[in-house]
Design a protein around this ligand. Structure first.
Ligand SMILES: O=C(O)CCC(=O)C(=O)O
Ligand SMILES: [Fe+2]
Length: 437
């Protein structure tokens, strides 16, 4: 595989080879015009492009001005610009006299970028937590639909099989439990229409009553060795269970407590932001819910749901709005780990031109307030060869010796821990659910 650096150098042999391949594969494609694309779609296409590699000079990259991140940036050669997007610096208050910088963007009031907010130790801890402790029962992952995952968790099984301490059994398809002779064809049933109506206090009871059937397991999945399944891990649920078929939370399944490993970092971030400087300077809109006002977040912010996203370098996340939470202005806290990515965020429709931000390991993004929390956003590109130095090798005194497996996995991975608040603190949705956390 040619490196990202080689592919960015038009004089390299790898670049010329990629160009020949690109010309050959695109030769008979009809000429495309971008006239019909929304501004959001055009931006996605620009950053997704494999050849020629996208120019990142319009991407906001605050690390580009930080000498401490010079080595990190040199890896992969991907670099944006500090002056690419209009921004304003604010100071975070971390208590005990310590402070850090954060950035806000006049184009998207309520968006806050906290670069390198998570320490390098915490980043390694969160990677371990995501894979070893979190992406397993009782938390749901994308793989549960199609595979019968080991009770000890897929990652732990992988580590044991690499260490030679477990037998190399294959992971069985979930469909092997079914009597397939009586199953209708998978595509033949009526499709459930998804209204994807934004959640609110007024419709939460009818939304909860919508039937939420489990997705059918694929019939074409074959038994596979554990190491072949690991790269297919795409998400693991946090807190309230999310039902992808209806794009609604399934409150009938109860709630798993958000791990303090994650919620403490999120609370630290929310408490450090001087919110009056973020939202106080913008004309007050009527879209703020009374009990979700920024002036009360120090007391009222309490995450109860979310997702851990696992991206391989070819994965993307299409433009979307997260609107299944009743809280529509409370902070959503998003932590980036591992490889860097281009993050796009625009407005309430795809017609608003998004701003591109380069997110690197340890960066935190907060989406808050009526103009940002329900803005379209997505991740069109994970940047190859960008694993930063803090993930290299095993650290002295590290709790166990298996870091090498995490490092190997992270070379081609970005993890995003995306944490939300569904209900205002103290709000009783009247669901009569049992709490399992
Ligand atoms: O990966 C990211 O930075 C964003 C993820 C996201 O938007 C989501 O999980 O809803
Ligand atoms: Fe999102």
């Amino acid at each position: 595989m040619p490196s990202a650096l080689e592919l960015q150098d038009p004089t390299s042999a790898a670049y010329k080879k990629a160009k020949r391949k690109y010309l050959k594969t695109t030769k008979n494609r009809p000429e495309q015009t971008d006239g019909d694309w929304t501004p959001f779609r055009s931006a996605e296409k620009k950053y997704k492009a494999r050849f020629p590699p996208p120019d990142l000079s319009s991407v906001f990259d605050i690390a580009a001005s930080d000498p401490e991140r010079a080595e990190e940036i040199s890896r992969g050669g991907w670099k944006g610009r500090v002056d690419a997007i209009d921004h304003r610096q604010i100071n975070l208050d971390l208590g005990e006299g310590s402070s850090k910088r954060a950035y806000v963007f006049p184009a998207i009031p309520g968006l806050v970028l906290l670069p390198s907010f998570v320490s390098t130790e915490e980043q390694r801890g969160l990677v371990r937590w995501s894979l070893r402790d979190h992406a397993r029962h009782p938390n749901e992952t994308n793989l549960d639909t199609h595979y019968l995952l080991p009770r000890e968790g897929l990652w732990n099984k992988y580590v044991d099989s690499e260490k030679g301490t477990s037998s190399e059994e294959e992971i069985q398809p979930r469909a092997s439990l079914l009597d397939t002779t009586s199953l209708p064809g998978q595509d033949s049933g009526p499709r459930q229409l998804i209204s994807n109506e934004p959640a609110s206090k007024d419709n939460i009871v009818p939304l909860t009553a919508t039937p939420k059937l489990p997705a059918p397991p694929s019939l074409s999945v074959k038994p596979s060795p554990v190491e072949a399944i690991i790269p297919k891990l795409r998400w693991a649920n946090i807190g309230w269970y999310y039902h992808w078929g209806t794009k609604q939370y399934d409150f009938t399944r109860g709630k798993i407590e958000v791990s303090p490993v994650v919620s403490n970092i999120c609370k630290r971030a929310v408490n450090a932001v001087p919110w009056s400087e973020v939202h106080g300077a913008v004309a007050e809109s009527n879209d703020w819910a009374q009990d979700e006002h920024w002036s009360s977040w120090k007391d009222s912010y309490e995450p109860d749901a979310g997702i851990v996203n696992f991206y391989q370098t070819k994965d993307t996340l299409m433009a979307h709005v997260d609107r299944s939470e009743v809280c529509s202005t409370t902070p959503l806290v998003s932590i980036s780990l591992g490889c860097a990515a281009v993050f796009l965020i625009g407005g309430l429709t795809r017609d608003v031109e998004p701003i591109p931000i380069l997110l690197r390991s340890g960066d935190v993004v907060i989406m808050s307030g009526p103009q940002c929390r329900r803005a379209y956003h997505g991740v069109p590109r994970i940047l190859e060869d960008t694993l930063p130095p803090q993930f290299d090798g095993r650290k002295e005194n590290e709790e166990d010796s298996d870091w090498g497996l995490y490092e190997k996995y992270m070379r081609t991975t970005r993890i995003n821990v995306n944490v939300r608040q569904v209900f205002p603190k103290g709000f009783d949705p009247g669901l009569g659910t049992s709490f399992t956390g």
